[in-house]
Ligand binder design. Structure first.
Ligand code: GLC
Length: 754
């Protein structure tokens, strides 16, 4: 282009620009109000915003405006707050005020493994990865609050929502929750830790009044929430539906004001569970900050778009206008919600996240690979030995049924879900092996939740006998038979708002397994569930794998382990009892509670107290089917004799235990060194032993690593309810180091002098 033309072009472009001058923009931060100035301290911004808001505006931000959002302050440019389920992935959008789908095509997600799988990883680093990945998905979807993690303690194997939680031990749940929360919030998305607290079963979940002693409350059911707040820095928390002391947890003075906000210093927002708020005065005075999902006419379905009828809406305004209540509580609630908005939606520094990236699928697969638990492997049936032309038979409905749809509010619209059959087939065919399939049994052929449909047609008119006959026939000449069964996400199984009625596998799966045992010795059972199940065939089946609800990469993770591309390293986060009556809540007749004569309230006394899970089995010497912390490997490990850096400690000293772990096998793998403490001399009853430290360690064949675990006074303490404080009584303690709660390799005595 010649010079003259260039000059001419430049003049023209200058003229054009002058004629369409850019609109006046806020050019300097000097004109930007404090609340919107990111360079100012958070509390200054909160106070500045609050000072500019009317009473009406403050009321607007402390209750829902739609199914999953609450209003910001449009006049001030403070954005609405968007929440969404759930703990394993970002739920698809529903209509403004309906549970039905919005019908969008941009809200599919990566379905990550359920949190029981995460807990089974016994690796806070993986929990961090989980939180970061999920946070990126939520951020991209424009969600500021992710309604998770769920961390309620596994008290009964019948609880429909155990699959969403982190198991039976408060220390394991704490460690995994803290890292998940830190990961999630590092992406600018608030965790909403739930369901605070004592929501340990689904039956009667709105009307159960838990009766519990303080020591059990503080030692078993609060620690994970305390850790989430104090170490995880959770920005929000969800009140539970149930009651304690006849007060609903969503507005329970002792739990919210007394413990959460005063004892623990929680500066975030307490969000009600959807429909968990029942009373304006209690909600005002007892610490609820943000009301969602209310059925303002009691527990029936509320009127559509009746948000002004919410307990913290017009009824609250009337009490203020009448002078019956001050605006002190309102200011505190509004502060907490503003803080939540400014930590998330109003902070652009976190960027835009990312959705359905290969990195997130890789993370989902890694979590599944690391969380799958090899429960039994007699004669090393697994891993599958590839043989050109080898034949594998896969049996069972759970090999083909989509599991990301259903189960309640954690249900998802996964962009993809690799079924166990697909994953096994892909891996086998890559090894020159063929895979055949037999249904084995017909369970639940439905496939819809809240308007999300799987699109699968699982109907099958054959009789159980015909289905078993087909499976047995095909099993006879297979090299391997893989039965994939367990539970599913249907009501009465692993599903919100209902509990199971028995420990048994449903749909007569035991009959199918018994028939396959006779047909082929090379049988592996893959149990897909978020709960323990009875296994009457346990001695007859050489290989058993606990494969959780694994989400998008389910089939690939299961194949990774079955074919040995991954050496399983998962450890059970809860006990598998041999029978239901061996489980503490059931042995003590402490489930599901006793309904009062004159009210819908069901009193449920936690009679087993501290003895939850392995605490019960160890202390009462009741042998479990599979113990807490149990998990096998395709290699072998040896733990040396543990030693301690001292034998006496006092005051706030810590003590370090060291043990050498050697991989004595021929392939790389990981072991989890677990440290349990017992206090046999204590003046009060204590569980036989309690988990107080753990470390997952990866080792090459022949490699030895020295693992050190340090504990302090808090690990020796019990909660003295009378004195309302933690007490470590001087005397002898024992540290038990091993690789599961019932596989202790060495113990070290030490003394606390004062
Ligand atoms: C549900 C669940 C809760 C969920 C909320 C919103 O009832 O109890 O976990 O986050 O409502 O769906």
């Amino acid at each position: 282009m010649n010079r003259l033309f260039i000059g001419f072009a430049l003049v023209l472009s200058g003229v054009a620009a002058a004629q369409v001058a850019a609109p006046e923009r806020i050019s300097s931060t000097a004109t930007r109000p404090i609340y919107a100035d990111l360079s100012r301290p958070l509390e200054e911004r909160v106070e500045d915003a609050l000072s500019r808001m009317s009473i009406s505006e403050k009321l607007h931000i402390i209750h829902a405006q739609s199914k999953f959002s609450s209003r910001g302050v449009p006049r001030l440019g403070i954005p609405d707050l968007w929440t969404d389920d759930g703990p394993h992935g970002v739920r698809p959008d529903v209509l403004w005020d309906e549970w039905e789908q919005a019908g969008q095509s941009n809200d599919s997600c990566v379905a990550f493994p359920a949190l029981t799988c995460l807990a089974a990883c016994w690796d806070p680093g993986i929990a961090r990865l989980y939180g970061e990945s999920l946070g990126e998905e939520a951020r991209y979807r424009g969600k500021s609050v992710l309604l998770g993690p769920g961390i309620n303690i596994y008290r009964t194997p019948l609880n429909g929502r155990n699959f969403e939680y982190l198991g039976e031990d408060p220390f394991l749940a704490s460690e995994m929750a803290v890292s998940y929360i830190q990961g999630l919030q590092s992406r600018g998305v608030a965790a909403c830790v739930k369901h605070y607290a004592l929501n340990n079963n689904e039956v009667n979940r709105h009307t159960t009044n838990v009766v519990i002693d303080d020591r059990t409350l503080y030692e078993i059911y609060l620690p994970a929430f305390k850790a989430a707040v104090e170490r995880g820095g959770a920005w929000s928390l969800m009140g539970a539906y149930n009651l304690l002391g006849d007060e609903h947890l969503c507005h329970n003075d002792r739990m919210l004001n007394g413990i959460l906000k005063n004892e623990w210093g929680f500066d975030g927002a307490v969000i009600s569970d959807w429909g968990g708020c029942h009373d304006t005065r209690q909600a005002i005075a007892n610490g609820l900050d943000l009301e969602f999902g209310s059925w303002t006419d009691g527990l029936a379905n509320g009127a559509s778009n009746a948000y002004n009828n919410y307990y913290l809406a017009d009824p609250y305004l009337k009490l203020i206008e009448s002078g019956e209540v001050s605006t002190d509580e309102l200011d505190d609630k509004a502060r907490r919600v503003l803080r939540l908005i400014m930590r998330t939606a109003m902070d652009p520094s976190y960027g835009y996240g990312s959705l359905c990236s290969e990195a997130h699928y890789d993370a989902a697969r890694r979590i599944g690979d690391d969380g799958i638990v090899l429960l039994r492997n007699e004669k090393n049936v697994l891993p599958i030995r590839s043989r050109e032309g080898g034949k594998i038979l896969v049996v069972g409905e759970n090999a083909i049924k989509m599991m990301t749809v259903g189960g309640g509010s954690s249900s998802l619209k996964a962009q993809r879900e690799v079924s166990p059959l697909e994953g096994i087939r892909k891996a086998a065919e890559g090894r020159g092996m063929s895979v055949d399939y037999a249904r084995g049994y017909v369970g639940d052929v439905s496939g819809e939740y809240n308007g999300v449909v799987t699109g699968q047609n699982l109907s099958d008119s054959r009789t159980p006998a015909q289905l078993i006959a087909e499976a047995v026939e095909k099993a006879r000449d297979a090299d391997y038979v893989i039965f994939v069964g367990g539970l599913n996400k249907s009501p009465g199984q692993d599903c919100e708002d209902s509990d199971r009625e028995s420990l048994d596998l449903p749909y007569a799966q035991d009959d199918v397994i018994a028939a396959l045992v006779k047909a082929n010795r090379n049988l592996a059972v893959v149990n897909i569930s978020g709960n323990a199940v009875a296994m009457p065939w346990v001695k007859d089946v050489p290989a058993i794998v606990q494969a959780w609800f694994l989400g998008s990469e389910a089939g690939n993770s299961i194949a990774d382990v079955l074919f040995g591309d991954v050496n399983p390293s998962g450890k059970l986060p809860f006990t598998f009892p041999a029978k239901l009556s061996d489980s503490p809540a059931h042995a003590m007749g402490a489930y599901p509670g006793v309904k009062r004569d004159d009210s819908p309230i069901v009193d449920l006394e936690y009679k087993e107290g501290l003895l939850v899970g392995y605490r019960w089995h160890d202390t009462r010497k009741i042998r479990p089917l599979f113990s807490f912390g149990h998990g096998l490997s395709y290699t072998d490990f040896r733990l040396g004799k543990a030693s301690a850096d001292r034998r006496q400690i006092a005051d706030n000293d810590s003590i370090t235990f060291t043990v050498d772990v050697t991989n004595t096998g021929r392939r790389a793998g990981a072991e989890v060194v677990q440290l349990y403490i017992s206090d046999p001399d204590c003046s009060v009853e204590r569980p036989a032993k309690e988990l107080k430290a753990f470390r997952k360690v990866w080792l090459q064949p022949g490699e030895t690593k020295s693992v050190s675990l340090t504990v302090g006074r808090d690990a020796l303490s019990y909660f003295d309810a009378e004195r309302h404080e933690w007490v470590a009584e001087p005397g002898d303690f024992t540290a038990h180091i091993g690789t599961s709660s019932d596989k202790i390799s060495s113990s070290v005595k030490f003394n606390l002098t004062r």
